[in-house]
Write a protein that binds this ligand. Structure first.
Ligand code: A2P
Length: 337
């Protein structure tokens, strides 16, 4: 449990990464009460200086006793690092908010989106999991609908930006785009195929059932966060050549009829959601709408005319912010309340 204080010693593990950098920015922008910040990354980055709130802070490497005196550690250095280091950090008395997939489905670990299930924070035992980016933006929209008309089934297709894979993937999209336009040979390292001017129906590893791990994360994490095992979810996750922001096409089937007006009203009152939907004026969310924004934007709301109680919509959110860093910082803020 977190001892309440005026200001906290906060660590960012994976501080040099795409999400780690966004975590630092979010802590600063939201004026999280910080007494001291400690930054960790791999040995490769040890001694490198990063800026936080106008100060230069040296990056450290992880050691067995490095977490002593730290109150909250935000982890975003990959599942393997979280598997090893989150329990060590937690034993040192610090609360871990982990952005990796490592602990999300552990029954002892709450999986939290503050707008949806902040009450689950009450039973944490030192590690709290931050959900998958695509799941976070989806449940922020599903929960307020589910509270009014129970959701029976969701069919989701994602259009995910490369920043979800990390810095190296952003560099690869940049390099490939430049090489393509300069008629140079394309080199592929991060993804199995070129991502520039292409679309890959493949995120994370393929599983035996033919789905990818990313798709099954959306299925399983949604049920855990919403606290309802009966919601059926099926997902297709797709990587697109966009740097930042994930888009999703949602088809939602409810147990009772909701009109487009009902859905607009429900979502316009929902926390963390902006209804951005005026087709007559070409207003609908796109990745460029949501970059650097905290909210999930919803547009293209329309009835699914092929079933009795169905709604289609298009949602876009900044995967580095609400999909990762902001959600983690919001969890930390909840803990300090
Ligand atoms: P480093 O920059 O030193 O490699 P991204 O997801 O954007 O690729 O970022 C991954 C983050 O995880 C980086 O900050 C990276 O640090 C960090 N990281 C990778 N391996 C380790 C490790 N063994 N110990 C601590 N941090 C690590």
């Amino acid at each position: 449990m977190l001892n309440k204080k005026k200001a906290y010693v906060v660590a960012v593990v994976g501080a040099t990464g795409a999400v780690g950098q966004e975590m630092m920015l979010t802590l600063e922008q939201r004026k999280f009460p910080i007494e001291k910040i400690r930054l960790f990354a791999s040995e490769r980055s040890e001694g490198k200086e990063l800026e936080f709130a106008g100060q230069k802070i040296k990056v450290e490497r992880l050691t067995d006793d490095c977490f002593k005196g730290i109150d909250i550690a935000l982890f975003s250095a990959g599942a393997e690092r979280s598997r090893i280091w989150a329990p060590i950090a937690s034993k040192s008395g610090c609360v871990v908010i982990d952005n990796s997939s490592q602990w999300r489905m552990d029954p002892e670990v709450p999986l939290v989106v503050p707008e949806v299930n902040s009450n689950d924070l009450s039973w944490h035992k030192g590690i709290i999991a931050n959900p998958n980016c695509s799941t976070i933006q989806m449940v922020v929209v599903l929960k307020p609908i589910h509270d009014v008309a129970k959701i029976k089934r969701v069919v989701v297709t994602t259009f995910q930006s490369v920043s979800g894979t990390g810095m190296k993937a952003m560099d690869e999209l940049m390099q490939q785009t430049s090489d393509m336009l300069n008629f140079k040979e394309i080199k592929t390292n991060v993804y199995p195929y070129q991502i520039a001017f292409n679309v890959l129906p493949h995120i994370d590893k393929f599983l035996e059932n033919g789905y990818t791990k990313e798709e099954m994360k959306m299925v399983n994490e949604t049920k855990k966060i919403m606290g309802d095992d009966t919601i059926r979810v099926t997902a297709t996750t797709v990587r697109v050549p966009v740097f930042r922001c994930h888009s999703e096409s949602l088809n939602i089937e409810t147990d009772k009829k909701l009109s487009v007006i009902d859905v607009r009203e429900i979502l316009s009152l929902a926390k963390g959601v902006i209804v951005y939907d005026a087709p007559d004026k070409n207003i609908y969310p796109m990745p460029i709408t949501a970059v650097d924004k905290d909210d999930t934007y919803v547009g293209r709301i329309r009835e699914d005319e092929s079933i009795e109680n169905g709604i289609n919509m298009w949602i876009v959110s900044d995967n580095l912010r609400k999909g990762a860093a902001l959600n983690a910082v919001q969890i930390a803020e909840e803990l300090t309340k």
